[in-house]
Structures are given as structure tokens and as C-alpha cells.
Design a protein around this ligand. Structure first.
Ligand code: ZN
Length: 139
């Protein structure tokens, strides 16, 4: 158990470091003219303005990632990391390595997604069949 979280902690810290580097890079690239980036094939034709937008978009996503990493690190500290919030079982290390921010085991995740899909469908059907008057006030 301890080894498990130790391994994930190291992985998360590394991920955090990489994310921070990535953010720094994107901040830098917004203030500099884009140079021939070999990985930027798709965005070759992007104007510097679109490039800047991309940078903002990226850092937004990276910020979200950082939040997830910090949250996961906190859960490690509190001994809650890697435990399924639904059934309380240990989430397999293999899954954590792929999805470091997983809150649920595969089975529960599938159940929850199924339930969410059902709820969504139900809500959609309800919206079409009867539109509550009070909803207009909420918009
Ligand atoms: Zn579970």
C-alpha cells in the first residue's frame, strides 16, 4: 500500500513539474515570435494571434491539470488516494498510472457513466415532453 502511493506520488510530482514547465513554455511562446517548432505542423499556418489564443487555451487546460495534481497529492497525504469513492476498493495501480486523477475503479466509473447517461436521457426526454414554466426564470 505504501509503495503504491509512493510510486504515484513520485509520478504526480513529476507530472506537476512537467506541467509547470509546459506552462512556462506557453507563457514564453506568447511573448516571443513563434519559431520553427517541429511539433507544430498542424499549426503551421496559424497566425501569431491564433498562436497566442492557443497558448491561453493550453495554459487554461494546464492550470486545470495542476489543480487535479494538487488534489491528488492532497489525497495521498490524507491516505485517501487510489481508493474508489464509490465502493472503497483499491483502484488498480495500472489504472492509476493511466488515469492519475481517477476517483473510482473501472467498474464504478462505468456504472456512474451509465447512470449519468440514463439521467441525461431522462432529462432530455422530460425537457421535450413538458417544459416547466419556472425554468424560464432560471435562465
Ligand atoms: Zn469502485
Amino acid at each position: 500500500m505504501v509503495e503504491r502511493t509512493d510510486e504515484m506520488k513520485a509520478l504526480l510530482l513529476k507530472l506537476k513539474e512537467e506541467t509547470l514547465k509546459e506552462i512556462n513554455k506557453s507563457i514564453k511562446s506568447t511573448s516571443e515570435l513563434p519559431s520553427g517548432d517541429p511539433s507544430g505542423d498542424i499549426y503551421d499556418q496559424a497566425s501569431s494571434e491564433r498562436d497566442r489564443e492557443l497558448g491561453l487555451l493550453l495554459s487554461d487546460r494546464e492550470r486545470e491539470k495542476l489543480r487535479n495534481i494538487d488534489e491528488a497529492l492532497l489525497r495521498i497525504q490524507e491516505g485517501e488516494y487510489g481508493i474508489c469513492e464509490e465502493c472503497g476498493c483499491d483502484i488498480p495501480l495500472g489504472r492509476l498510472k493511466v488515469v492519475p486523477f481517477a476517483h473510482y475503479c473501472v467498474k464504478c466509473k462505468e456504472d456512474i457513466e451509465k447512470m449519468q447517461a440514463q439521467t441525461k436521457r431522462f432529462e432530455e426526454e422530460r425537457t421535450y415532453s413538458e417544459i416547466p414554466v419556472s425554468d424560464e426564470d432560471d435562465m
